[in-house]
Design a protein around this ligand. Structure first.
Ligand SMILES: Nc1ncnc2c1ncn2[C@@H]1O[C@H](COP(=O)(O)OP(=O)(O)OP(=O)(O)O)[C@@H](O)[C@H]1O
Length: 578
């Protein structure tokens, strides 16, 4: 009986080994990826994209093949153009297990597109490795003014939550719809609009609407039209689509899900390979040495490194929208870190503007200047609890920066109070302290000094800053040649390199730049959250608030409109401003 068991063990080991050799399984250390899960670029602005290839041991050299849509993007630099739409990146390693290259593209047409790493051939210390599973990243190029549509209708029903600058929509039509009666209205009557013909089939159909501005700029709006298989639904699901998860306006949702699925498959393959190898070892050792205890120890070595979960406590606190002035009592025993109580801020504004400095001087001397007061904030109250990440949203000039300045002590309110320990606060604003005529390196020192770092501190942290911003190879270039995303990344890297503050206040720091930077900074913010920081984020962008915050405060024209779960507040904000 004992002998039979050993036989079975051997056979199992043999079978699994054959399986492993016959079916290629991607090992955990071999991978290709982009620096970000999504990129946002601007038309006619050269934009960078980080391409990576890694192995389990040091990479001696790599050849990475990258594909892109030559209709929408123009290749600028970073590799070798083998044919339109295909780039070969050849790079020698630096002793690291990963190789990175920055490619630069110039978007030619607004809309969405994607860049793909087709494969990578890596020379490593242990031999040649080919990574063949391709990876794509979506790139979004907002639609420029002259190309914008004001709306799209299907059978007279407008696509809900349509935003002129966003170009990707998904809609559903019933199985009975034979023809797509689609109309697209340009914002500017002189914009030309061309709709691709569509032969509506059950399932997924892609319709493109190409717009051309007077100056010749082009944009492509893409509609994924899903025709249902069965005849159960009414003509469209448009009216239901207010959550952004179904119906017409699920922009980019599909790509994100696909990417999530891919990442999972990659990890699962690596896990499967790891488990199988461990099993072979286990069985072989059992048969040959009968060292059961030692075996068990090995088995236990198969770790399950749990991913650290960011606490996303979404308390159902005061979700009343539109007109909430006071917070309701909350079942949450975390202590209050910031209490804004009935804050009003009045500024003075010149009533009739003088047409010249001379006139202004004369009026001032004569005491004839007409100055009126206006309220930038009017009786605003809310609280932020310890460890909470709260977003402040509102349109331009609504008072967001003013409330941050009051909280951080830069301004004193006309009425009301803020209870907070200001020694714990670090306020981050970008765009200040950069000299575009200096190099990236010089700006690290300049910007660091503006924030208050010593030269010794910057010397110590310099490499960390450059690595985080992923600007290796660009630091001796003048910042004038950087894209806006690169500047943002550098600014954020400098500003957040110091130890995690207890209260971090970010003013529009996450809304600028490309998605590459955004994802990285989001990850750093999440690290801060894990470290227990209380974070306050100001942004125009609901997606930034939704991605980072559990709670949101909406201020409009100085008045508190809503306080509540980030998702609910942002939905109301989008409805109002959409
Ligand atoms: N020091 C000041 N003196 C006079 N008016 C000011 C001052 N600071 C801000 N304001 C005015 O107060 C209002 C609110 O400005 P604030 O910068 O807080 O808005 P915001 O929501 O941050 O805007 P944005 O999103 O455009 O940055 C605006 O009308 C602005 O012009």
């Amino acid at each position: 009986m004992k002998k039979n068991k050993k036989y079975i063990s051997w056979l199992a080991a043999l079978f699994i080994s054959m399986f492993l050799f016959v079916i290629p399984v991607r090992a955990a250390g071999e991978n290709i990826h982009f620096g970000s899960e999504e990129y946002q670029w601007n038309l006619h602005e050269t934009s960078p994209i980080g391409v990576y290839a890694g192995a389990e041991t040091a990479v001696l050299s790599a050849e990475i093949t990258v594909l892109y849509d030559a209709e929408k993007l123009e290749y600028v630099s970073g590799g070798e153009l083998t044919e339109p739409g295909k780039i070969s990146v050849k790079k020698t390693g630096t002793g690291e297990e990963e190789i990175m290259e920055m490619l630069q593209f110039l978007p030619k047409i607004s809309g969405t597109t994607e860049v793909t790493i087709q494969n990578a051939v890596l020379a490593t210390q242990t031999g040649q490795v080919t990574v063949e599973n391709s990876v794509s990243v979506p790139v979004n190029i907002p639609v420029l003014e002259g190309c914008k549509l004001s709306g799209i209708t299907i059978d007279g029903t407008p696509v809900e939550n349509f935003q002129p600058e966003l170009s990707n929509y998904e809609i559903q039509v019933s199985s009975e719809t034979e023809e797509l009666n689609l109309k697209a209205e340009p914002l500017d009557a002189q914009t030309q609009v061309e709709i691709s013909p569509v032969n509506l089939q059950a399932g997924e159909n892609i319709v493109t609407i190409t717009t051309t501005s007077l100056s010749g700029d082009k944009a492509v709006y893409e509609l994924k039209v899903i025709k249902q298989e069965t005849a159960a639904q009414p003509v469209t699901d448009l009216e239901k689509a207010d959550s952004g998860e179904e119906g017409l306006n699920t922009q980019n949702v599909q790509e994100t899900e696909e990417k999530g699925g891919f990442a999972l498959t990659g990890r699962m393959a690596a896990l499967f390979a790891g488990l199988t190898v461990a099993l072979i070892l286990l069985l072989s050792v059992q048969f040959l040495l009968s060292h059961k205890k030692k075996m068990r120890k090995k088995k236990n070595r198969k770790k399950a490194a749990p991913e650290l979960q960011v606490s996303s406590e979404e308390k159902t606190e005061n979700i009343e929208l539109l007109g909430v002035e006071e917070e309701l009592p909350v079942v949450d025993n975390r202590e209050i870190e910031i209490a804004v109580k009935h804050v009003t801020m009045e500024f003075k504004k010149e009533k009739d503007e003088s047409s010249s400095i001379k006139e202004l001087a004369v009026r001032t001397l004569k005491g004839q200047r007409h100055v009126e007061k206006f309220k930038a904030l009017d009786d605003v109250s809310f609280t932020v609890k310890k460890g909470e990440v709260v977003g402040i949203i509102g349109t331009n000039g609504s008072g967001k920066s003013t409330i941050l300045k009051i909280i951080s002590g830069v301004l004193t309110p006309t009425k009301g109070t803020v209870e907070v320990d200001r020694s714990k606060i670090q306020l981050l604003t970008l765009g200040t302290g950069f000299d575009f005529e200096l190099t990236g390196r010089e700006n690290v020192y300049l910007n660091g000094a503006v924030i208050g770092y010593t030269k010794e501190f910057i010397d110590e942290k310099y490499d960390e800053i450059v690595k985080f911003a992923e600007l290796e190879g660009f630091m001796e270039e003048k910042v004038r040649n950087y894209s806006s995303g690169m500047v943002s990344r550098l600014g954020f890297a400098i500003a957040t390199v110091r130890d995690t503050p207890e209260i971090l206040i970010l003013d529009e720091v996450l809304s600028v730049g490309d998605m590459f930077f955004r994802k990285k900074s989001e990850r750093r913010i999440k690290e801060m959250m894990r470290g227990g920081s209380t974070v306050l984020i100001v942004s125009h962008s609901p997606s930034v608030i939704k991605a980072n915050c559990s709670k949101a405060v909406w201020i409009e024209k100085g008045v508190l409109k809503a306080v509540g779960r980030a998702e609910d507040v942002c939905r109301a904000y989008e409805k109002m401003n959409g």
